[in-house]
Design a protein around this ligand. Structure first.
Ligand code: HEM
Length: 368
């Protein structure tokens, strides 16, 4: 009886969150309205993330025609692509800049969805699939970083994987072995080498794309089924038709953003921000270069790891990720005003640690 009731409840839950009977031309196209209020701009952020995902997919496929996923050839293939293939440098630069733009859009989109309480019933599945999309997007960043197999890429990945293993010191007894085993599974051999490159490559070009397609499908389906959330505590009655008005503005924004993005990718090699020589291949016998750092979008966890006790950062990270998944239930009764303050605090933390993490680090450690 209890099992039958449980299954019944699960079906009711799914029916309310994914009312597939509403998926018809009239509801999805003709009837769809977008609320107009002071935060309406936030409804464009998901579309922008989608646009950058499309850019990543297109440029990534083009890079695949030249990239060689072996420790002996990876770096040389990237160098060849950049120096000798017509438009190779541009496509590669678009892919690298695109990852930063996509991650920035996903972060803003998530913070705004949180501040606008867009996770509220019946949008729990939209939100949870969104949290998964964010993790997958970071997964793309982490696995992609290793692929050029240069000095910094390999060493930064080593450091990242080392911190996975160190999490074992926090767990009691036999559980402490699990992070080491996870590291070995990701790494594929005793140290970062060919097996690691093959795994990261498989993750980056097959596993994560398939996962993102499935998760994004669910995300967009639930957005279509429920329409846009009201977004503010006291909504006005004003709305705008999604087709054709909102979508035309969406496309115009994509065009304008693409123009800026393209000019940046054309004129500013992403690597000009790095303090190491562009094509220095990985040297297994060389020492770890000074000051290696992950990409900027990992600073929010990198600097705390450098400055605070490891157990604390791991605990905080687990609480934040768990809290994000459970947000629709934890913050069920919280007002949008309070949610906006929390989202504003999180945004301030992300901006400060990303822009000034190094300065803060030097001040606290007393180094230069
Ligand atoms: C690859 C990453 C992502 C893509 C491509 C994407 C795409 C979209 C699109 C196109 C929309 C409809 C337009 C809009 O409201 O902005 C949307 C809505 C939404 N997204 Fe995402 N999203 C992504 C990640 C996330 C993340 C990380 C979260 C939060 C954890 C999230 C939560 C939501 C929510 C709650 C809505 C409904 C908004 C509303 O009804 O007002 N999404 N997403």
């Amino acid at each position: 009886m209890k099992v039958a009731q449980l299954i019944g409840n699960a079906i009711d839950f799914a029916e309310e969150r994914l009312p597939l009977n509403k998926f018809d031309f009239h509801s999805v196209v003709q009837k769809k309205e977008v609320p107009l209020h002071k935060l309406s701009w936030a409804y464009y952020t998901g579309g922008l993330a989608l646009f950058f995902f499309a850019i990543q997919l297109t440029t990534g496929l083009m890079l695949l025609f030249y990239y060689q996923p072996t420790v002996s050839d990876a770096q040389a293939s990237v160098e060849f692509l950049t120096r000798d293939v017509p438009m190779g440098a541009l496509i590669r630069n678009m892919h690298t800049w695109g990852s930063s733009f996509m991650i920035a859009c996903v972060m803003v989109h998530m913070l705004m969805a949180f501040a606008m309480k867009a996770f509220e019933r019946p949008r729990e599945i939209t939100w949870i699939s969104g949290v998964l999309l964010m993790l997958i997007t970071f997964g793309f960043g982490f696995t992609g970083y290793l692929l050029p197999w240069h000095q910094i890429a390999v060493n930064a990945t080593k450091v990242g994987l080392q911190s996975v293993e160190e999490a074992g010191h926090l767990l009691p007894g036999a559980l402490g072995e699990i992070p080491r085993q996870v590291r070995e599974i990701i790494q594929g051999e005793a140290t970062v080498g060919q097996a690691t490159l093959s795994r990261f490559y498989a993750l980056h070009v097959i596993v994560l794309p398939l996962s993102i397609f499935a998760t994004l499908g669910l995300h967009l389906l639930s957005v279509q089924l429920h329409g846009m959330s009201k977004g503010v505590d006291t909504p006005t009655k004003k709305t705008e038709r999604f087709f054709p008005f909102f979508i035309l503005k969406d496309f115009s924004l994509w065009g304008a953003v693409f123009f800026i993005f393209f000019v940046i990718a054309l004129c500013l090699p992403f690597e000009s921000f790095f303090s190491f020589p562009l094509f220095q291949p990985y040297d297994a016998l060389g020492s770890t270069p000074d000051g290696i750092k992950p990409e900027w979008y990992f600073y929010f966890v990198y600097y705390p790891l450098e400055l605070l006790p490891f157990w604390f950062v791991m605990l905080a990270q687990t609480v934040v990720i768990g809290g994000l998944f459970a947000a629709p239930w934890i913050f069920r009764k919280t007002s949008r005003r309070t949610l906006s303050i929390i989202a504003g605090g999180a945004a301030a933390y992300l901006v400060i640690i990303t822009l000034f993490g190094q300065v803060i680090y030097e001040m606290i450690k007393g180094v230069k």
